[in-house]
Design a protein around this ligand. Structure first.
Ligand code: T6T
Length: 328
């Protein structure tokens, strides 16, 4: 009698979990992964997603926008929703306001949303204007910007003119980085003048042109902050093209192989490595936990940084955070 009761209770519990998570009969959930664009950062994030999916036996459908932007990401999102078989979408919204509606539509279709790397609204999903995502899993980008400022200020001796080259307006990640950078320069380094940001629309060639123009205009420029992979790549190229490598110092966000090469050449003075693998892996874990009925998932997880410079770049405990993309 007792055994029969407990089996029924378990069955009821399982049925409930299946019902709430929308998982298939086998209790298996299906996740859509929609990052921001094709780049080494998101390619490492995809490795984290796939590793977790394998470890937890869940299916993932991945769609990567070829270029950055709301007009590219939204139709892909709409198509993902229209599939009708996804239970969760893990995504990096390419605009903190314009993706609110399209992602809310996912929720209205019974799909739960987890944001990685970038967030919606002000990123506070507890008391902020946008509350529907389960969680934000990503860097504290304002703090990242502060770290970049301190590193560049130290490298240029605490005085001179510096320039910020960034990607797109209204993107929570790079916006936070510029904000933190400016905040520290204004507060702690009054002898440092900050120019920019210019927006390169995630195009390294545009970043090169914009930085070259500033180098022409500002012969005394001492440093550049590239707020992401393509900004730092483009800015670094402009400095090298101008024969100013080692004189105009670059701080690079994102630990790509190219950024590390520029570090070893003395063009880049500091690289901020984010943890995209962690972001991807934990996002899948959160989806599985939510589907299993966990209700106490943190609404915000900051994944931290590894700060890389010429003194520690060879240290395996640091080098492991360089974005390694298989076959690349
Ligand atoms: O810096 C990362 C990411 O954090 C940012 O949101 C967009 O650019 C990258 O993907 C690098 O290109």
């Amino acid at each position: 009698m007792f055994l029969r009761k407990s089996l029924l209770a378990v069955a009821a519990g399982l049925a409930l979990a299946v019902a709430t998570s929308g998982a298939d009969a086998a209790g298996k959930i299906k996740i859509g992964f929609l990052p921001g664009v094709v780049d080494p950062f998101y390619q490492v994030m995809q490795l984290g997603v796939e590793a977790a999916a394998k470890d937890m036996g869940v299916d993932v459908v991945t769609q990567i926008p070829p270029t950055w932007g709301v007009e590219v990401q939204t139709p892909i999102l709409d198509a993902m929703i229209a599939r009708g078989d996804l239970n969760y979408i893990i995504t990096a919204p390419t605009d903190k306001d314009q993706l609110v509606g399209p992602l809310k539509a996912a929720v209205d279709h019974g799909i739960k949303v987890i944001t990685v790397d970038t967030f919606l609204g002000d990123g506070n999903y507890v008391t902020g204007p946008v509350k529907f995502p389960i969680s934000y899993i990503g860097s504290d980008n304002v703090e990242g910007g502060r770290i970049a400022a301190r590193g560049l200020a130290k490298a240029i001796g605490g005085e001179g003119t510096v320039y910020i080259n960034s990607t797109n307006p209204n993107v929570s990640s790079v916006e936070g980085r510029a904000q933190g950078f400016k905040e520290v320069m204004a507060k702690d380094f009054p002898k440092i003048k900050v120019l920019g940001p210019d927006f390169n629309l995630d195009d390294p060639n545009k970043a090169t042109q914009q930085t070259a123009a500033v180098l022409d205009r500002e012969p005394k420029l001492a440093g550049v902050f590239g707020t992401n992979v393509f900004s730092a790549q483009g800015a670094g190229a402009a400095v090298v093209n101008a024969g100013l490598g080692g004189h105009v110092l670059v701080v690079a966000y994102d630990a790509t192989k190219l950024a590390i090469e520029l570090l070893n050449k003395g063009v880049v003075t500091m690289v901020l490595a984010q943890k995209p693998f962690d972001m991807g892996y934990m996002a899948v874990q959160f989806a599985v936990a939510d589907a299993a009925g966990v209700t106490s998932l943190p609404r915000r997880v900051e994944t931290g940084f590894a700060i890389i410079d010429k003194d520690n770049v060879k240290d395996p405990a640091v080098a492991r955070f360089i974005y390694q993309v298989p076959g690349k």
